[in-house]
Design a protein around this ligand. Structure first.
Ligand SMILES: NC(=O)c1ccc[n+]([C@@H]2O[C@H](COP(=O)([O-])OP(=O)(O)OC[C@H]3O[C@@H](n4cnc5c(N)ncnc54)[C@H](OP(=O)(O)O)[C@@H]3O)[C@@H](O)[C@H]2O)c1
Length: 254
């Protein structure tokens, strides 16, 4: 029987790459995002390319309580084998000047929705088995603004929960990409020109590596030799040096 996969942020970038990967793996997929038209088109296209598989979508704005509740209810009332918590966006302001509403939205989409969707799907997964991925970021290892703090929460949440789930049939991992070509930077008004080519990752390769790592039981997946090296260095270098480096990366990408 084919697996049932739910992917948040499925309309673009990394989420869309997950949709393609799981469609090729024969899965039934539920796409979750705000953009009804885009998902309708995707589902139409997927249904004609992958006949016999079931594609559907849920319109949920994970920035607000109603959207998160809608996702929770969906997860509690359907059979779900794989949950990909991916929806997200960049917060790109200096903290003293930042808009608190925008920061609250970021916390809702990338922290509250992740925590509550995971909690909603766990009862059925503890019984039958299941796979959960949280799309974090290498930013979660680098001191920075609120985005880094949110992604550090993702990493810590997954590492902690994976220990609690150790003797269960549920696996959880955090996918931690570096700069990946998606709509992410354009949506946030971040210029990508100063970022050198060798730092860029391809979304399809990122999700394939992440899924391979997940299936091998790796709790943290860092795709790309450049980011593996970088994050290994952050573990041995003084924290201040890492913070300076992280600050210079951020300046380059603005
Ligand atoms: N690209 C990178 O360099 C990079 C690096 C590290 C980590 N990441 C992480 O990867 C994840 C995916 O980002 P991406 O690069 O693929 O960005 P993207 O191309 O901009 O796609 C973002 C996705 O998130 C969805 N989304 C945003 N706000 C939402 C909301 N309020 N409710 C529901 N869905 C929402 C969007 O859907 P709609 O607009 O259709 O609602 C879209 O499908 C994020 O968690 C991001 O932090 C990205």
């Amino acid at each position: 029987m084919s697996m049932n996969v739910v992917i948040t942020g499925a309309t673009a970038g990394i989420g869309k790459a997950y949709v393609e990967m799981f469609a090729h793996l024969g899965a039934n997929i539920t796409l979750v995002s705000r953009d009804r038209d885009r998902m309708q088109n995707q589902v139409g296209d997927l249904s004609s390319r992958f006949p016999g598989q079931n594609f559907t979508f849920e319109v949920c704005d994970l920035a607000n309580e109603l959207g998160i509740q809608k996702l929770e209810e969906y997860l509690k009332s359907h059979v779900v084998d794989v949950l990909i918590n991916n929806a997200g966006f960049a917060t790109n302001q200096k903290f003293p000047e930042t808009d608190m509403d925008a920061e609250t939205v970021a916390m809702n989409v990338m922290v509250n929705a992740v925590m509550r969707a995971t909690h909603a799907v766990l009862p059925q997964m503890l019984e039958r088995g299941g796979e959960i991925v949280v799309v974090a970021s290498v930013a979660g290892f680098l001191p920075g603004g609120t985005y880094s703090a949110i992604k550090a929460w993702n990493v810590s949440f997954v590492e902690g929960l994976s220990r609690q789930l150790k003797r269960s049939k549920v696996r959880i991992s955090a996918l931690c990409p570096g700069f990946t070509r998606t709509e992410f930077h354009e949506r946030a008004g971040i210029s990508t020109e100063p970022i050198p080519n060798w730092l860029w990752l391809d979304a399809n390769k990122v999700v394939r590596t992440g899924w391979e790592d997940h299936l091998k039981g790796r709790v943290i997946s860092i795709p790309g030799w450049q980011y593996k090296t970088l994050i290994s260095l952050t573990r041995i270098l003084p924290r201040k040096t890492v913070a300076n480096f992280s600050g210079s990366l951020r300046k380059r990408s603005k």
